[in-house]
Design a protein around this ligand. Structure first.
Ligand code: ADP
Ligand code: MG
Length: 681
C-alpha cells in the first residue's frame, strides 16, 4: 500500500510528479520518508509592537485596507494594514495581485515574514500567510515549520501542503519493526510518532526524539547488516576451523632479530591478531595504520606464526611494485626461518606460474606474495591459513571474496588510509578494527608549506638544489575531473613545461594511469634506482611505494584533493634519513579549501586529517562513499559517534541471539532491502 504511486493519490500536475521523481520521490512511502532539511521555528507569535526588522516575524492578526497598485516600472504591489491587539503594521506583497481576492479581511490570519525598514517606515514584506480555521492544524506558520530540500518548481510550502494530508492518511500503515527490547534500551519513541513529528512536530522536545529515533534506525540497520555479514563469514564448520596457536618463542626470535624496537601500537595489534588466530573461526580484521607506521612487520609476524602451525599464507597487494616490495621484505626477514616464499604477478611467465601453483597445491610453498594474479583461475592451496590484503580498499569486494573462498582462511586487511572510527565501523563494520596509532620513534616530521604563486620559481630553484645534493622529488599534477584524457593531457603539459623551462638539466620521469603496467613499473624502478631525479605524476602514485631517497613532494592544484589523499602523497617522502618537504600549490582557495591547506601544514596524523576532512566535506566527498553504494543517510550523521556506538551495540546483541533474524522477520525484511555496502575507489 505504501508503495502506491503518487500519481494515484496526489492531486497535482504531471510536471510536479516528475519534479518529485527527480528528488527520488515516487510513491507514498518515499514522500513520507522525504525528511525536512531543517525547521523554522515559527511557533511563537510576535506582537506587532515587538516586531524586529530583518528578522522573520510571525504575527497573528487581522488584515484590512487591502488594495493593488502598480509602480511606474510595472511592478504590481499589494498593500494592506495588519493589526493585532498591540498595534498595526504595513504589509507589502510584490506581483501577487490575486491576494486581494484570496485573503479574508478582518478575520484572524497568520503572517510570517521579514520586516524591513524603508523610508522611515517598517513594513512586513512578502510574508507567507496561513488562514486559521477552527479545526485545521496550521502547517506553514504558528508552529515549528518543516523546510524541505527544494527544487526548481517545488517549494517547501507546496511540499507541506501535499505532505500534510498524506501523513494524516497513511501514517497508520507505517508498521513498527524495531524490537521492543531495542526501543526500551535506548528509550526511543515509536516509528509512527517519529515519522509524524519529523514532518510536523508539536514541539522541540518531540522533534528531537523523532530525529533521535530515525537516526538510530538508519545506523542500526547498517550495523545489523554488516554484523550479520561478519557472522556468516565466521560461522564455519568445526572441520574447516583453523585454530592457530601462538608460537611465542619463534615470534620473539624474529622480533629480536629486527634492527628496531616495535612500537607499543605494533605490539598491541600483533597481540590482537594472535588472539584472533587462536579462535575456532576465521579472523576478520582490518589494520588501519598511517603510512610508515610499520604494518608490514605486523603482517610478517602473523604470517610466521601461521606457517609454524603448518598452514600457508597468501599476501595480495594492488600493484606489482608493491607486491615486489613486500616479497623482498619477507624474503629478507623470514628466509632464515627456512620458509619457501614465492611471487606471482602479471609479469610472471606461464612456466613459473605453473610451478608456483604446483608448489601451492602440494604445500611446499609457505608464502605466496602477489597481485590480482593470486585470485585468478587455476590458483589453489593445500591449506591456506591466512590471507593478507594490503591496501584493501584498492580491491573490489568480489576480489576479496575470491581470496576468502580458498578454504575460509583467517583474513587480515590492511589500509594506510586511516578513517575516523565512526566511519570505519560503518563501512568496514564486518571486520574488527586494529589501529596502529603511533609512529616509530625518530621519524622526522615532513615540513609542509602552502606556497604562494609568487614563490613558485624560488621553490623550483630550491628543488633543483636538493636534487643536486642527490635527493629526488615528486611533482603531482592536479586532478582535473573524472576524465582520464584530460588528466593525461595535463600531466603531459606539466612534464613538457618542467623539462624544457624549469629543469632542463635534470632527468625527469612521467607517470600516469594510461601507461601499461610494465611501463609504470619500469619508471618506478628507474626512480627507485635514482635514474630519474624528478617524477611528474598524476595521482596514480598514491599507493605505498617506498623510495627513501625522495625528499620532496610538490603538489599542484592541492585544493582539488581531499586531505586523506594529500596525506597519502606526502607519505611518499620522509621515508629515509633525510629531512623531507611537502609543497602545496593551489588555485583559488575557497574558505573550506584554506582550512584544508592549513590543516595539512599543521597536522601530520592521518587520523586527525581524516576527521577534519569528514567534518569539512562529509563522507560522500571524502571517501567516494556515495558512488560506491553506501545507502544515503537521510537523518543520521556518520560523525555521530554516540548513536553509531549505540546502534552497533544493539545490533550485536540481536546478532548474538539470533544471527539469521528468524524471530525478527521485520528486521530481516528491512536489511534485505538495504543495498550492499562496499567502498572502493
Ligand atoms: P606501512 O605501514 O606504511 O606499510 P612499513 O611497514 O612499510 O609501513 O614500514 C615503513 C618503514 O618503517 C620500514 O622501513 C620498516 O622497516 C620501518 N619500521 C617498521 N616498524 C618500525 C619500528 N617500530 N621502528 C622503526 N622502524 C620501523
Ligand atoms: Mg605498506
Amino acid at each position: 500500500m505504501l508503495n502506491r504511486s503518487l500519481a494515484n493519490v496526489l492531486r497535482t500536475t504531471k510536471k510536479h510528479l516528475s519534479l518529485l521523481e527527480t528528488l527520488g520521490v515516487k510513491n507514498v512511502k518515499d514522500f513520507l520518508m522525504y525528511f525536512p532539511r531543517t525547521y523554522n521555528d515559527a511557533s511563537e507569535f510576535t506582537q506587532i509592537i515587538d516586531v524586529r526588522t530583518d528578522e522573520i516575524n510571525v504575527i497573528k492578526g487581522k488584515l484590512s485596507n487591502l488594495f493593488n497598485m502598480s509602480t511606474r516600472t510595472g511592478v504590481k504591489i499589494t498593500r494592506g494594514l495588519f493589526t493585532d491587539e498591540s498595534g498595526s503594521i504595513q504589509v507589502v506583497w510584490f506581483n501577487q495581485p490575486h491576494l486581494t481576492k484570496m485573503l479574508p479581511r478582518n478575520k484572524d490570519i497568520i503572517l510570517s515574514g521579514k520586516a524591513k525598514l524603508s523610508m522611515g517606515k517598517i513594513s512586513l514584506q512578502g510574508p507567507s500567510y496561513e488562514l486559521i480555521s477552527q479545526n485545521k492544524e496550521q502547517i506553514h506558520t504558528g508552529r515549528i515549520v518543516p523546510v524541505y530540500h527544494e527544487t526548481e518548481g517545488i517549494n517547501s510550502k507546496w511540499m507541506r501542503e501535499k505532505l500534510k494530508p498524506l501523513v494524516d492518511e497513511w501514517l497508520e500503515l507505517f508498521e513498527e519493526y524495531m524490537p521492543q527490547e531495542v526501543l526500551d534500551e535506548h528509550k526511543l519513541i515509536d516509528y509512527k510518532t517519529a515519522i509524524k513529528n519529523i514532518h510536523f512536530p508539536e514541539d522541540d522536545a518531540i522533534l528531537d526524539k523523532a530525529k533521535e529515533r530515525l537516526s538510530f534506525d538508519e545506523l542500526f540497520l547498517l550495523q545489523l547488516k554488516v554484523l550479520q555479514k561478519k557472522w556468516h563469514w565466521q560461522n564455519i564448520s568445526a572441520e574447516d576451523a583453523k585454530k592457530i596457536e601462538r608460537k611465542d618463542e619463534i615470534i620473539n626470535e624474529l622480533i629480536s632479530g629486527l634492527s628496531f624496537e616495535l612500537t607499543n601500537a605494533q605490539k598491541k595489534v600483533i597481540n590482537e591478531i594472535l588472539e584472533d588466530l587462536k579462535q575456532p573461526f576465521p579472523m576478520s580484521r582490518l589494520i588501519q595504520g598511517d603510512v610508515g607506521s610499520g604494518k608490514t612487520i605486523v603482517a610478517a609476524i602473523a604470517a610466521l606464526n601461521v606457517i609454524k602451525n603448518g598452514f600457508q599464507v597468501a599476501i595480495m597487494a594492488p600493484t606489482e611494485i608493491l607486491a615486489k616490495q613486500h616479497y623482498q621484505t619477507f624474503v629478507k626477514i623470514l628466509t632464515r626461518f627456512g620458509l619457501n616464499i614465492q611471487f606471482i604477478a602479471g609479469s610472471t611467465s606461464k612456466g613459473q606460474k605453473d610451478d608456483v601453483v604446483m608448489q601451492l597445491k602440494t604445500g611446499t610453498c609457505d608464502i605466496v606474495i602477489g597481485t590480482h594474479s593470486l585470485i585468478q583461475d587455476g590458483i589453489g592451496f593445500k591449506n591456506l591459513g591466512l590471507a593478507i590484503i594490503d591496501e584493501q580498499h584498492r580491491f573490489g569486494v568480489k576480489q576479496r571474496e575470491v581470496l576468502k573462498s580458498y578454504g575460509s582462511p583467517h583474513l587480515l586487511n590492511m589500509t594506510a588510509t586511516p578513517i575516523p572510527r565512526t566511519l570505519a565501523i560503518t563501512i568496514y563494520g564486518d571486520q574488527d578494527l586494529s589501529v596502529i596509532d603511533e609512529m616509530p620513534k625518530g621519524r622526522q616530521e615532513i615540513l609542509t608549506k602552502l606556497v604562494p604563486e609568487s614563490k613558485r620559481i624560488e621553490a623550483y630553484r630550491w628543488v633543483e638544489d636538493q636534487v643536486n645534493k642527490g635527493r629526488q622529488a615528486f611533482v603531482i599534477c592536479p586532478l582535473i575531473d573524472e576524465s582520464d584524457v584530460l588528466q593525461v593531457k595535463s600531466v603531459l603539459n606539466e612534464f613538457a613545461f618542467l623539462s624544457e623551462h624549469i629543469f632542463p638539466k635534470l632527468k625527469l620521469g612521467l607517470l600516469h594511469g594510461k601507461l601499461k603496467q610494465e611501463e609504470k613499473d619500469q619508471i618506478m624502478t628507474d626512480f627507485k634506482d635514482n635514474k630519474i631525479n624528478i617524477l611528474v605524476s598524476t595521482s596514480v602514485i598514491e599507493v605505498g611505494i617506498d623510495v627513501p631517497n625522495a625528499t620532496i613532494m610538490l603538489i599542484e592544484g592541492s585544493e582539488r584533493f581531499g586531505l586523506s589523499q594529500l596525506h597519502q602523497f606526502r607519505g611518499r617522502v620522509g621515508r629515509g634519513e633525510h629531512k623531507s618537504y611537502c609543497f602545496l600549490f593551489t588555485g583559488n582557495l575557497s574558505e573550506e579549501g584554506t582550512k584544508r591547506m592549513k590543516a595539512m601544514e599543521m597536522y601530520s596524523s592521518g587520523f586527525k586529517l581524516s576527521e577534519i576532512d569528514l567534518e569539512l566535506r562529509g563522507p560522500g566527498e571524502v571517501y567516494g562513499v556515495k558512488q560506491s553504494g553506501i545507502p544515503d543517510l537521510k537523518m543520521a550523521s556518520l560523525t555521530d559517534s554516540k548513536t553509531i556506538e549505540k546502534a552497533r551495540g544493539s545490533a550485536q546483541k540481536i546478532i548474538n541471539k539470533d544471527p539469521l533474524l528468524k524471530t525478527y522477520d521485520k528486521l530481516a525484511e528491512k536489511i534485505a532491502a538495504l543495498q550492499e555496502i562496499y567502498v572502493q575507489d
